[in-house]
Design a protein around this ligand. Structure first.
Ligand code: PLP
Ligand code: COI
Length: 345
């Protein structure tokens, strides 16, 4: 449910959930006649589009998701915005949209975060400021083809947990549907991928699960990803495993976890095809993403058979360590492996 009329002073930082909230400012830039205008912060949270905008008809729409955190010392830490800038450029290339320059992306994110500083959850509530950049074809094109005009916008909102609780294990079900085609747009953060996931996710939730997990769209033998996050598992011999597939989103959280698992925890890391018939060799499984953070997977149901992982109530030891490292880095309490992981607003 949307909550549009509450100011930050009335928010319960401990119970934010993950919902849209209109904050004070958003950034907007328009692409016209072959170039981006200089962009500005605005208060209006509506967009003006041509009725034949390609975003509405032909799916020229891609977005990003990243977070800013208030540290104990009062700083504002933005987590890896350069990676989101790069991924949005890659999505733009796949959907034939005008790319927004990466340096300007980072600058716009900083500006919006600063302008909405009062909305950043204070330190110590397990909450953060979710940042949603969006790139859409706004110009008309009625024959199927790319628009000549685009809008890039960035808005923010304070959020808590996505799957109902920080590090609270969740139950998932493997969907009979596919989210993306084998050589389709699965690796781009294209709006259409989420459109195709709405019905399967809704069926999963009606059946009592947190979300759907998708299998590879050609053979349906390998784990792809979750509707809103990536999949990882830890094997009995302490290997961190996460699927390699051309049709899944290359998540920035899992990229970070792969590095932390190897460099900080000394685990072997395998970025490879992951088969559903491997479940017995996993001691822990998890879902990871900007919104999901790290959500331990309590069970996965496939063809009416439920496979239990580490626990219904708590995170496994590796999942817990990775979570502590990730959150510690985001809050500036643990040194990041590279300087550009944290950008100050
Ligand atoms: N896969 C899907 C489908 C997602 O929506 C997300 C969320 O952003 C991810 C994976 C994880 O990506 P990231 O860690 O960059 O947020
Ligand atoms: C994110 O974590 O940024 C996502 O994209 C997940 C979902 C809210 C779409």
């Amino acid at each position: 449910m949307s909550e549009q009329n509450t100011g930050p002073e009335n928010l319960n930082w401990d119970d934010l959930g993950f919902s849209y909230r209109k904050t004070d400012y958003r950034y907007i830039s328009h692409f016209k006649n072959g170039s981006w205008d200089e962009g500005q912060l605005v208060e209006d949270n509506t967009l003006e589009l041509n009725e034949a905008a390609t975003a509405l008809h032909y799916g020229q729409a891609a977005f990003e998701g990243l977070k800013a955190f208030r540290t104990k010392g009062g700083d504002i830490n933005i987590f890896r915005p350069n990676e989101n800038a790069k991924r949005l450029r890659q999505s733009a290339e796949r959907l034939l949209m005008a790319p927004f320059p990466e340096e300007r992306f980072i600058q716009a994110v900083k500006e919006v975060v600063k302008a909405n500083e009062d909305w950043i959850p204070p330190y110590g509530h397990g909450a953060s400021l979710y940042i949603r950049p969006l790139l859409i074809g706004s110009g008309d094109k009625i024959g199927v083809g790319p628009a000549d005009e685009y809008i890039f916008t960035v808005f923010v909102m304070p959020v808590g947990s996505y799957f109902g609780g920080s590090l609270k294990p969740a139950h998932f079900v493997i969907s009979d549907f596919d989210r993306a085609a084998p050589k389709g747009t699965g690796a781009a953060k294209a709006a259409g991928n989420y459109g195709s996931s709405l019905m399967p996710a809704s069926k999963a939730k009606e059946a009592g699960y947190s979300d759907a997990i998708y299998l590879d769209p050609s053979q349906h033998e390998k784990i792809e990803e979750i509707g809103s996050s990536n999949f990882f598992a830890v094997t009995k011999d302490n290997t961190f495993v996460t699927p390699d597939s051309p049709s899944i989103l290359p998540g920035i959280t899992r990229q970070s976890l792969m590095q932390l698992a190897e460099e900080e925890l000394g685990l072997k890391v395998e970025h490879r095809e992951v088969y559903v018939n491997e479940f017995d060799s996993f001691t822990e499984a998890g879902s990871c993403g900007t919104a999901a953070v790290i959500t331990p997977i309590a069970s996965i149901t496939h063809n009416d058979k439920k496979h239990d992982f580490y626990s219904d109530t708590e995170a496994g030891p590796v999942t817990q360590k990775l979570y502590d490292l990730l959150i510690g880095i985001q809050l500036g309490e643990i040194e990041a492996p590279a300087e550009d992981w944290i950008v100050k607003a």
